[in-house]
Design a protein around this ligand. Structure first.
Ligand code: RTP
Ligand code: MG
Length: 136
């Protein structure tokens, strides 16, 4: 059964020029792009996207970072796409992320870890609606 997930190449990934690399890994895995757009997030969208972290000490920095430049938002589809993309992304802390994953290969700092992928079917539905309301 196919499912959808929201993937972001965060502003650090766009600045580093690894958008093509991330898209290529998604496609090589066999996942399909359903939507893709370069955009700069308004603060309200960023706060809604990361709402689950609103009480964390790093929330302000996280919102500053994710709104600090253009990012690439995508909807990616395939069998177990949520888990499949999280496996491609690697652990949240890039130093702990296995080499061969996006974070393991391209990042060093937890606050600048190149990509986001939805972490559950509920989050995926919420995030896709937030970023691409036209997809229903
Ligand atoms: P994301 O939501 O961005 O895909 O990352 P994730 O699921 O792997 O990690 P999550 O727990 O949802 O955290 C969201 C983002 O917050 C930053 N963070 N900083 N300073 C810290 O201790 C800390 N912990 C998390 C990371 O940039 C993480 O991607
Ligand atoms: Mg998360």
């Amino acid at each position: 059964m196919s499912e959808r997930t929201l993937v972001l190449v965060k502003p650090d990934g766009v600045r580093r020029g690894v958008v093509g690399e991330v898209v290529s890994r998604i496609e090589r895995k066999g996942l399909k792009l359903v939507a893709l757009e370069l955009r700069t997030l308004p603060r309200e969208t960023a706060e809604a996207h990361y709402g689950e972290h609103s009480s964390k000490p790093f929330f302000g920095e996280l919102v500053d970072f994710i709104t600090g430049g253009p990012l690439v938002a995508m909807v990616v589809e395939g069998p177990r796409a949520i888990e499949a993309f999280r496996a491609l992304a690697g652990a949240t802390d890039p130093v702990k992320a296995t080499p061969g994953t996006v974070r393991g290969d391209f990042a060093l700092e937890i606050g600048e870890n190149i990509v986001h992928g939805s972490d559950s079917t509920d989050s995926a539905a919420r995030e896709i609606k937030l970023f691409f309301p036209e997809l229903g």
